[in-house]
Write a protein that binds this ligand. Structure first.
Ligand code: CMC
Length: 437
């Protein structure tokens, strides 16, 4: 008997079925059965067969992946096997992006070439600039990003050659290279400021800062502490396995649409307050709470359901402290030493202190997630709240393209097409308008 199997007895028929269990890297993490194996379980020959019902994919693996490992019980996050803590301390965003894509850290020459290839793609077409010009002055920068990245697919129609390795690589460099430029232009547009073009002499992050904040000086000098902090935040956000936006990227890409269109869909998925929009929502929540004295009452109203959710808390996978939030909390101290403290930090710390002692949050295993502290850092640096999810999107681009490439090279890849359990009417006859009640 195959001991790595499941015996299922269908009590409707008394029949038993042996279904194989498969494993990933860890035998006690990610054991699974093939959902299609359940289809053989039928009551009659005509019966369609058994489906699984899993709204929100709470217990469904949609793919096999080598990119990111996440153990939510233990609070572990690793990219290609490397702990997030080590990458945040020792790596750079561009090096991490290379790692996510290629599976290995680059050597000196590979890193140099990679930087060069990204650098070659930082400028955007002047017509994209004009497109950004035509958004309303108060357009949300995430909306601008969704629109301008989607529009880019019309400027680079060759991007649809997704089976061509060189073409895929070009789109990957294009997306990682252009995303900060689009984001900075969206920011400048909202301020009514002239656009600052890329400066390839600066680092990836330094160049982004220059495009955001360069004034009349001939050369922008990024503050090294803030440059490092943005780099670390980008590393923390670079990938997070099959989250909502990455799954959207994979889902859209599964129809073999081009990666620029697919990333536009991923950005749209990231935008919502349950996902990447949470950092923006955290800041709004902290502002509304107003002072440390109001925190106990606010927690009470979250528990009673009056105040909505405690934003920046809870996670589908993490049932312990999000390791990224730990790093963010420490990073906030370093950034505040340069920028001055964000006055909302005291409210955030008090919220965390009270929530972590409260039965409501303990019993539901709700801890601060990455978005709880990241917004406070970004605000202290001078970013308006609307830019927070945009920063998340720039960083997550590395993960999106790595997962996209993995999907395309996966021999098991299929168009995403979930099933449903139909609960509507059975067949009925059309009723003419004058006969309806
Ligand atoms: N505040 C208060 N209660 C919460 C919260 C919260 N932030 N999150 C979950 N709960 C409660 C929820 O009401 C439910 O309680 P009950 O069992 O009594 O009905 C229980 O915890 C389970 O919640 P759920 O909605 O079933 O959990 P989920 O895994 O579907 O949702 C989540 C995960 C992240 C959407 C949710 O925790 C949430 O809305 N958090 C606030 C938004 C947020 O911070 N999002 C950022 C996530 S991390 C970064 C990213 O992914 O982009």
């Amino acid at each position: 008997m195959n001991t790595h199997s499941l015996t299922i007895t269908d009590n409707r028929t008394g029949k038993s079925y042996d279904i194989s269990i498969q494993y990933g890297t860890y035998p006690n993490y990610g054991a699974s059965i093939n959902a299609i194996d359940l289809r053989q379980i039928k009551t009659t020959k005509e019966d369609f067969g058994l489906l699984t019902y899993d709204p929100g994919y709470t217990n469904t693996a949609s793919c096999k992946s080598d990119v990111t490992f996440l153990d939510g019980e233990e609070g572990i996050l690793r990219y290609r096997g490397y702990p997030i803590e080590q990458l945040a301390e020792k790596s750079t965003y561009l090096e991490t992006a290379y790692l996510l894509l290629h599976g290995e850290l680059p050597n000196v020459e590979q890193l140099q070439n990679w930087r060069q290839h990204i650098c070659e793609h930082t400028f955007i077409h002047e017509n994209i600039k004009k497109l950004i010009d035509n958004f309303q002055y108060d357009a949300h920068p995430m909306g601008i990003l969704v629109g301008s990245v989607g529009a880019m697919s019309t400027f680079y129609p060759e991007a649809k050659n997704i089976q061509d390795h060189a073409c895929r690589y070009q789109q990957i460099c294009r997306l990682i290279g252009k995303m900060p430029t689009l984001a900075a232009f969206a920011y400048r547009h909202s301020r009514g400021l002239p656009y600052a073009y890329p400066d390839e002499k600066l680092s990836y992050i330094g160049n982004f800062m220059s495009m955001l904040w360069k004034g009349s000086e001939s050369k922008y000098q990024p503050d090294p502490v803030l440059e490092k902090a943005i780099d670390v935040l980008f590393i923390l956000h670079a990938d997070h396995e099959q989250n909502c936006s990455t799954s959207s990227m994979r889902m859209v890409a599964s129809s073999y649409s081009d990666p620029l269109s697919a990333i536009s869909a991923a950005i749209a998925a990231l935008y919502g307050p349950r996902h990447g929009g949470a950092n923006e929502a955290v800041l709004q929540m902290l502002k509304e709470i107003g002072s440390v004295d109001n925190v106990p009452n606010f927690i009470k109203s979250v528990k009673s359901g009056e105040a909505g959710r405690l934003m920046g808390f809870g996670h589908r996978v993490y049932k312990s402290y999000d390791p990224r939030a730990k790093i963010c909390k420490q990073l906030a101290r370093e950034v505040f030493a340069v920028t001055g403290a964000n006055p909302l930090i005291d409210i955030a710390l008090e919220l965390e202190r009270i929530a972590l002692q409260d039965d409501y949050f303990i019993s539901r295993q709700l801890y601060p997630n990455v978005d709880f502290y990241s917004g406070l850092i970004y605000q202290a640096m001078g970013f308006p709240v609307g830019m927070f999810p945009v920063l998340f999107a720039i960083a997550r681009t590395a993960g999106w393209v790595a997962q996209w490439q993995e999907f395309l090279l996966d021999p098991d890849n299929k168009i995403a097409r979930p099933r449903q359990i139909y609960c509507g009417h059975e067949q009925r006859d059309y009723v003419p308008l004058d006969k309806r009640e």
